[in-house]
Design a protein around this ligand. Structure first.
Ligand SMILES: [Zn+2]
Length: 53
């Protein structure tokens, strides 16, 4: 049998998510998404689109 997709970060089998054409397991995927959202929020803050109360 051929090898299935693997997490592109840690190499774990049975990745759960495909983000940007790469596979990620739950751990790496959630970490990536969190970082992505944080950087996105910072960008928006810089542009003044998000205002802090
Ligand atoms: Zn992983």
């Amino acid at each position: 049998m051929g090898e299935g997709p693997r997490c592109s970060v840690c190499g774990a089998r049975k990745p759960l998510a495909k983000i940007g054409g790469k596979y990620y397991c739950y751990e790496c995927g959630s970490k990536l998404v969190r970082e992505h959202i944080l950087s996105l929020l910072k960008e928006l803050e810089k542009k003044g689109l998000v205002r802090q109360a």
